[in-house]
Design a protein around this ligand. Structure first.
Ligand code: NZQ
Ligand code: ZN
Length: 387
């Protein structure tokens, strides 16, 4: 296990009917005025907008609002929100939505205090020194953004979907009310489960040894996600399964599983971000295709962890290491198929002729990964396996 420091400063308020607490939570932080950010239609259809604004009004928290944040959120929208936040001199950003809205809020929170171009942070040209506090009301459990220090934004003119990481980006308070998620489509629920599983895998398969406790926790989260996402596909309103999946997704990327690791592998995420940047594909759908293909490409480097996954998650024993590893990868792919997720690039409508272009986009900053260092040629092979 590597040396580590661990701190997660996000205050989480979890459970039924907790959205009505948002006004009080903000006011208790001595904040009087926020920029309220949201996506397109969902929060108006499921009552979340009404509950949030009622709570803000009740507590006397002033707000100005900006909607229309799309999945795979855009830098242009972040810029628009930054000028609005400056113009109205807000003291905090309130994100109501899924990862796309929360990530936009984080970028806005950094950008307000920075006189240059906010994209500088994504290109690592400057280090973040200050940010407005971010509050979230989560409506889609997937990314873990509600409890972590990451944000992912697309610079559309250059087709770069890149991330930032800073301790300043942990939300100050996150409300996680699983009831708000009963309006999710089966596809969005599955996307969330696949994303959370992938976050676990990025650490589990980063090539680091001696992380036994972290691996036990990881396997527990994987088994729990699989159990409850299956229930939710059949019963979208099952509260207990919504609650379990919501907490799993937060735990998958709030630092707990990554403790003592080298920071994770993240090659599959980088490749998927290129799919989202080039074709506006849902992050979870892209991962369902890429992650099993990545596993097939790299597993021969060291079967140890793949064998462990086979035994602990898929109950596969009594065969040689190579076959056992392959069976685990096939079981994961079969699970995604049963959940209705795509498992090939062809299903995502991507032409075979585009694979070179995707490999170029994914390896602007190569090599990728830690389990096996991947260069452009490796990424191309993974894309072919995924086709
Ligand atoms: O726009 P609306 O109408 O609100 O609809 C949204 C959107 O279309 C809908 N939705 C959200 N909550 C709903 C709902 N529909 C019905 N009922 C609800 N309760 O879901 C759609 C997708 O929303 P989005 O926020 O895009 O999904 P997600 O939470 O999966 O976020 C994905 C984004 O986060 C990034 C991804 O790359 C992608 O851009 N990631 C962020 C990470 C982080 N910050 O730590 C890590 C991840 O690996 C990931 O890269
Ligand atoms: Zn992800």
């Amino acid at each position: 296990m590597q040396n580590f420091t661990y701190s997660n400063p996000t205050r989480v308020v979890f459970g039924r009917d907790t959205i009505k607490r948002i006004g009080l939570e903000i006011r208790q932080q001595s904040i009087q005025k926020v920029l309220l950010l949201y996506g397109r239609a969902s929060i108006f259809e499921n009552g979340v907008y009404k509950a949030v604004t009622a709570s803000l009004n009740e507590q006397g928290v002033e707000f100005i609002e900006l909607g229309g944040i799309q999945p795979n959120p855009l830098l242009s929208k972040v810029r628009e929100a930054i000028s609005l936040a400056r113009q109205h001199q807000v003291q905090g950003i309130l994100a109501v939505g899924g990862g796309s809205v929360i990530d936009s809020a984080k970028a806005v929170a950094l950008g307000v205090h920075y006189q240059g171009e906010v994209w500088d942070f994504f290109e690592n040209r400057v280090r973040a020194k200050a940010a407005l506090p971010v509050f979230t009301v989560l409506t889609l459990s997937a990314t873990g953004s509600e409890m972590n220090q990451f944000a992912v934004i697309t610079k559309e003119d250059e087709q770069k979907k890149w991330s930032i990481s800073s301790p300043l980006l942990y939300p100050r308070v996150s409300i996680i009310d699983p009831l708000a998620q009963t309006s999710l489509s089966s596809q969005q629920t599955v996307n969330g489960a696949v994303d959370a599983l992938s976050h676990i895998f990025e650490y589990y398969f980063d090539g680091l040894e001696d992380t036994d406790l972290q691996d036990e926790i990881a396997e527990g989260i994987i088994r729990t996600i699989i159990r409850h996402v299956k229930i939710l596909v059949a019963q979208p309103s099952n509260y207990e399964s919504r609650a379990q999946l919501a907490w799993c997704a937060a735990m998958a990327l709030n630092g707990t599983v990554g403790i003592g690791h080298k920071g994770g592998d993240w090659a599959s995420h980088s490749i998927e971000h290129s799919l989202s940047a080039l074709y506006d594909i849902d992050h979870g759908r892209g991962l369902a295709v890429i992650m099993p293909a990545w596993m097939r490409y790299v597993s021969a480097v060291d079967y140890t962890k793949f064998e462990r996954l086979a035994e602990r998650v898929f109950n596969i024993y009594d065969i040689d290491a190579e076959t056992k590893s392959l069976e685990a990868i096939i079981s994961l792919r079969d699970l995604y198929l049963r959940l209705g997720a795509p498992v090939t690039l062809r299903e995502l409508g991507i032409p075979y002729a585009d694979l070179e272009r995707i490999a170029d986009n994914a390896t602007i900053e190569a090599p990728l990964g830690t389990f096996k260092k991947l260069f452009r040629g490796d990424v191309l092979e993974i894309l072919k396996l995924a086709y």
